[in-house]
Design a protein around this ligand. Sequence first.
Ligand SMILES: [Zn+2]
Length: 479
Amino acid sequence: MMSAPKRPQDRVLTAGPIFWECGSVDSVNGQPVTLKEFLELHDRDKFEWDSAGWETEHAWVEPVRQAGLNLATHKVFHHRGQEYLRPPFPFLQVGEALGDSGSTITYRVKAPVDVTYPRPLALKVIVCRSHDRPPGPDSTARRSTLQALSKLSGIQHPHVVVYVASFEDYCLSTRQIRQRRGRKQEISTLSTSQVIKKHIFGVVVYPPAHTNLQVFLEDFHDSQTGEDSTRKSDNTWMGAYLCSYFGCLTRAMLYLWNSGIGIQSSDINLRKILIDDYGLPVIGTIGLTRHFETPTEPAGRLTKYKTPYIPAETDESSMDHPDSLTLPGLVYSLGCTFFEMTSVLLGLPRDNPREWLGLHSHNAGLEEPHWFTYRSALAGGAKLEDYFQVLRARQSNTDKSVMPKLIEPVLKILPIIGEMLEVKPEKRPHLKDLYPSFRHLYDLPESPGRCESCEEEWLQSRPRQETDMSEERPKQTKV
Ligand SMILES: [Zn+2]
């Protein structure tokens, strides 16, 4: 599991934001760079695979080409009957695994020995389990994943992980052939896909996560209320950074939406929002694993898609075959995550809104964390506005868990969160209009300040007449 965030230290190498204390890990990998700098330096283009073990068979290579994926960055390994790679090989693992969720595992890695590359990376390994048969070169699951990878490789945003390279590894099973009733004729008609013993996808992205938003929220809460007095000093900067995430996540989601990558309910998730070594939010890979998930499995699979943030208008009977979110649906799901961030900022535990709404709802089963959804709680009569009153009452709370400087700016965003969680999709605000509602949250003491990229992106997206010149800092008045 990921390590809890440590106290940040000043970034020594260049002026600017601070970054997490990461031990000596990164110092051997060259100077750390933010994702924005990484994009500006075109650093991902410097990754070049070595020449060993490339699969050249047409059946394997052609789908890669057809998916529009760069054949130089996506390497298919062949082993000709030998053992397959043990992940994270050929990459070199650094520290503990970053995360594990069923069919995927994520590592913090360095480039393979034969590849010269200065940056630490994150490697996500997906074990391809297919419902009917192991996915081979021509399988639909493989083609869909290659297409998802191709889309991911086109994503370049300072708050979304950036694709650097990928690989596939498979090994053939000879034993499996012998087991097939031994009928010669049948064996000769088997396609390559039917004798694949193991098939994995590896996707390498920048930056490796330091933690995720769920852990960050819990850690911030502990630092406010915990007994550990050494954590008290983490309060201010963590709170200020957390405040800056609203605007940045809004912009990142809008970018992803416009990219056409196809965002599903399960993609909006506190664990999918990563926090990098600089304490900045970065959205993790989207859409890569779903092609290997088998939602028709009888036991327990449904819960996999049952995120608490599914939009009010979602038909739950279709939850095991989730469609991509609509834009208002995305706003709803994002609103739910913002709601939880807000309650943590006001000194309450992350699951407090869920517990409170569950308790005030007539709908049964909500106390089971697996089954809680905001839509059922709110449909069952729990009132968002009543919970907002609980949050507003934090103002007069003298408890040490409430940070006075945060109260006023954070309470200011309750109305917009209320609008994001409107039951009727047409009453929710448009994603592109949300950024200004969170802009004041960048201006708190110890905050990383207004995010240069998001601010610029937003200013450029505004129609000229709407720009209020007096509001801008001198540097940005040119727009
Ligand atoms: Zn930003």
